[in-house]
Ligand binder design. Structure first.
Ligand SMILES: [Zn+2]
Length: 175
């Protein structure tokens, strides 16, 4: 019995260490994104916490200048541009603020900041090729196809480059 306890606590320690390592990596990504495209919110501190259930990523709002993005541990090893796409969407939520704003506005904000290629890669990786309609059509997440249509052609070329580089296959034949 004693041995089981030791094993369990060792597992817990390694799990915590892994979370810490992943968090450092993710906070680096956030730092890079903030410097490149989110200068307007660079006075904010964004932390990462991990869950083992729930959505891939979600904002935990706070009143002060600290924001938390809650990520599912399942995404920790996703390819870098996919994670950058996911985090961009959450950073755009932070940039748009606590005022009521839609998922569509959030996706469009990511594209307006010149990060549409990351968002498109994230949607391709998660096989979201067409828009995901919310609240009977009042809101939507943009799919891979719509994101590309909203981007400048020069930026669209970045998508093909990333898809090839990271071996992400687009199979939108059913759309
Ligand atoms: Zn969102």
């Amino acid at each position: 019995m004693g041995e089981t306890c030791i094993t369990e606590s060792n597992n817990l320690i390694s799990e915590k260490l892994e979370d810490y390592i992943h968090s450092r990596k993710f906070e680096d990504y956030i730092h890079t994104l903030m410097n490149d495209a989110y200068q307007d919110i660079k006075d904010r501190t964004v932390h990462i916490i991990w869950t083992r259930t729930g959505p891939n990523a979600a904002i935990v709002w706070s009143k002060n200048k600290v924001d938390t993005i809650k990520c599912n541990i399942a995404i920790a090893d996703w390819p870098e541009p996919v994670i950058l796409g996911l985090l961009s969407h959450e950073l755009s939520h932070i940039a748009l603020g606590t005022d009521l704003h839609s998922e569509l506005q959030t996706d469009e904000d990511v594209i307006a900041r010149g990060l549409g290629h990351y968002l498109a890669i994230e949607r391709a990786f998660t096989k979201k090729y067409s828009d995901h309609i919310l609240r009977d059509g009042e809101d939507r997440y943009l799919g891979f196809t719509s994101i590309k249509k909203k981007m400048k052609s020069k930026e669209v070329r970045k998508i093909s480059r990333l898809l090839t580089e990271f071996g992400i296959v687009v199979d939108d034949s059913e759309q």
